[in-house]
Design a binder for this molecule. Structure first.
Ligand SMILES: Cc1cc2nc3c(=O)[nH]c(=O)nc-3n(C[C@H](O)[C@H](O)[C@H](O)COP(=O)(O)O)c2cc1C
Length: 125
């Protein structure tokens, strides 16, 4: 399973990097360049009151059939809209919300996401 991320200010890029490192996997790929050839876990962020970034939507329009789970970052500051991008994507593509994280996530978040990938991957990373 590949790791694919979308990030504007770096929080999700750093989170994805930490997960890849912990998995001893190849680097996570940016949605702007990624052309996945198998299943992937998407890590993205939440924008404009609970919405999915356009860059993520464009990527999923082409590759959503290979999406297996979603992680969304957000900020607690946004209250009920916190990390809502995960819920929107999970509902649209019928995949699980693997995690919702504040900003770049905690060590516990990294461990949980890593564990999910280890449990669900069917291909060598
Ligand atoms: C204009 C703007 C709107 C945002 N809207 C939300 C939101 O609705 N819900 C949320 O949880 N976080 C929201 N955030 C916070 C980001 O999702 C959060 O900072 C995230 O970690 C950014 O990831 P990145 O650094 O990888 O781009 C918003 C941030 C900005 C700048």
């Amino acid at each position: 399973m590949q790791l694919i991320f979308d990030s504007l200010t770096g929080n999700v890029r750093r989170l994805a990097g930490r997960v890849a490192q912990r998995l001893e996997a190849p680097p996570a790929l940016d949605v702007r360049h990624a052309e996945p050839d198998g299943d992937f876990l998407l890590l993205t962020y939440t924008f404009h009151r609970g919405e999915v970034p356009d860059t993520t939507l464009a990527f999923l329009a082409r590759h959503g059939h290979r999406l297996r789970g979603v992680v969304a970052s957000g900020s607690y500051h946004w209250g009920t809209h916190f990390a809502r991008a995960a819920d929107v994507i999970a509902a649209r593509y019928s995949v699980p919300v693997v995690a919702k994280v504040n900003k770049g996530g905690t060590d516990t978040d990294v461990a949980q996401i890593t564990g999910w990938v280890q449990t669900h991957r069917t291909e060598l990373l």
